[in-house]
Design a protein around this ligand. Sequence first.
Ligand code: ADP
Ligand code: MG
Length: 613
Amino acid sequence: MDTNETADIRPPSFREGLSHALRTLGLIWDSSRGLTLIVAFLTIIVATTPLAAAAVSQLIVDSVIAAIDTGTSADRETAIIWVAVEAAILTLLLGARRMMLFFKARLHAELGYAVNTLILEKSARFDLQQIERPDIQQQLVLARQHAANRPYSLVNRLFSGVQNALTLVGAALLLFSFSPWLIALVIGGGLPLFLGDLLFSGTAFKFYTGRTPQMRERSYLESLLTGDALAQERLHYGTGPAIMDRYNTLFSWLYVKDRSLQARRAFAQTALGIVSSMVFLGGKVMIVLATIESRISLGQMTMLVTLLKQGQSAVTGLLASFNGAFEDILYVSNLYALLDTSETFVTGGPSGQQSDTASAATAPRGLCMTDVTFTYPGQKKPALDRVSLSIPPGSRVGIVGANGSGKSTLIKLLIGLYTPQSGQVCLDGQSIAQWDRASLGRRIGAMFQPFTRYKLSARDNIAAGLGLTAIDDKDLFEAAESGLAKDLIHDLPAGLDTRLSKRFLDGRELSGGQWQRLAMARAFVNKQADILILDEPTAAMDPLAEAEFMTRDFGDKTCILISHRLSNIRQADLILVLDEGRLIETGTHETLMLKGGLYARLFHTQAENYKNS
Ligand code: ADP
Ligand code: MG
């Protein structure tokens, strides 16, 4: 996949943002109550202890001055006691900060795990039609990429927002006793930096999301240059330098844009930082003058200067959390959009046996389609157009048609992986939509096109046909034999337990045809399945083996074979001929040959080729 960046995230409204933030807090609360409470408690300590320290600093200075003035040992002791109190407060602050780091790291890990689990479970519940949707794919990629960080970052910003707000309120209360003007100075001093951030966060977000197509392109080019599976063609055709050129052009474009944005941001921040400092210095001058005029004590001066500084940085911190939370919420809203996508998955339905309803008992058994039309999302032309067919149990069915004529789509509809836009698919008289996936999985063994190459063991590759359950070696070998994979497994260094990827230690890589044999074994491993489907097993099967599939005794199992080798389809009880999504001919070899249509023409052409070769 080359989609790994933000595309079109719509900024959520303030209310949505707030509800996302609360929902994230709910997630963290559910995933670990104890930790949340501990972090909340530590936040309060970290927010309030600096204020206490500032207040004590006043007492220290005043008691030192008193001790100098009077010289009594009582005053000296008082000064020492206040110093000890300050030390205790600072130790508490230090400890609380350290503990908070530790507990926040744990919270981070737990929330990341919880969010990842939610995403994976959601993804597993999507049906094929949903998981193939580009918008859902995009949401999934984005959600997975940011699962570990964004939700935590949002929570962290909420905590530090609360921490700064508490500090600010405390500082404001203490400053107010001196002069309400100081509060204005605190806020006025922090505001310029925030405004600078705000100004640029809008631009930056637009910039970073606006260039997403380029970012995607960049990572795709990177994968072309580094991927092992892509190396063969790159080396042979020498496309490397040209790809590198494109990469460089793209990189300089991105870099120049990025640099100018960063430069403007840095300049603005410096200028606004100077304004902030001037405001702070103005406040300090006020306090110093008041001290010189003896309106406040030296101790009070110390405290007020400290509070002014703490207050200002609380304002900056508070507003920065606000700003950062805005960006986190954009990503988190993608996550919630994904989690809130409704699922169409059926979990009830017939148990795999015939349904006990009266209508089903009299309905014909086997597979049938009535007037089925299916169009892929975003396509105009239907992939299947008003197809009706009936496949009685135990029949041998061959499906033929040019590439893209809709054969594989027909299979996916027959086994309920797609829902048609109109018309109906039935299994044993029950709409396929009412069957649950698990029982369909038990009844149907299929070799798909494309099939999955599990980079797991050979054992897992076959057992995947029974949901990766534990299966006896004897049964696995039997399936391997049916899939023509027995010899290949015997040749593997650790037999069934060989890891099938060279990326793992002692792993082996298979050829395309070998993979196909394993996929075929997978289709055969479930002995209970009464419907077998092979979608173009051509590379794995030699012509004779494929012919045998049509004539072999599978008892009363229904066998469906999609093949371009018409000589192998010849023996089928029923041949379906597809052309551009329409079922144009059905019948046996004999009736179709008599008819003299597309099938007959194709058959003659292939027969000629065989004769000539
Ligand atoms: P066949 O198996 O006969 O070669 P398919 O059933 O795979 O043909 O494809 C039928 C048509 O549907 C083709 O035009 C193909 O491009 C289109 N198609 C197949 N799979 C998808 C998909 N996942 N999304 C969109 N279009 C698809
Ligand atoms: Mg196909």
